[in-house]
Design a protein around this ligand. Sequence first.
Ligand SMILES: [Cu+2]
Length: 149
Amino acid sequence: MRLIPLAAASALLALSACNTKPAEPEVTVDEAWVQLPAVPGRPGAAYFTLSSNNDPTRLIGIASPRVQRIELHGTVTEQGITRMRPLEAPLFTGSKLDFAPGGNHAMLFDLDPALKAGDKVPLTFTFDTAPAVTVEAEVRAFGEGHAGH
Ligand SMILES: [Cu+2]
C-alpha cells in the first residue's frame, strides 16, 4: 500500500526536473499560403512567417507532395532592377523571419496543375536544429495575395 504514494511522488519529481531543462528547439510556422502563378505552368510562390524559441535555427528546405521542387529565394535591387537570388539556408533566432510578397519567398516549380484557389497544400519545413513542421497552406489566386499588405 505504501508503494502507490511513492510512485506518485517520483512521477512529480520527474516532471519538475523536466521543466528545468532548456526548451527543446521548436519552430512555429504561421500564415502559410501559396500564390498560384499568373500563367498556368509557371512557378508559384509560398509565403509564411517563422518563429523559433531558441538559438539560431536554419531553415534548410521546404517540401510538398503537390510540388515537384521548392527553392528559397530572396530579392536584391541593383541599379533599379529587382532580381531573385537563391537563399542559403536562412538563419533566424527567437525573432520572426518573414517570407512575404516583394521579399523572401519560396518558389514552387511544377505545381500540381489541379490546384485551385481555396485548396490546402501541405508544406513540410525542415530545420537544422529543430524538428520538421508540416502546415496546410491556403492556395490563393494570383493577385489575391496583396490584400492586407
Ligand atoms: Cu523566386
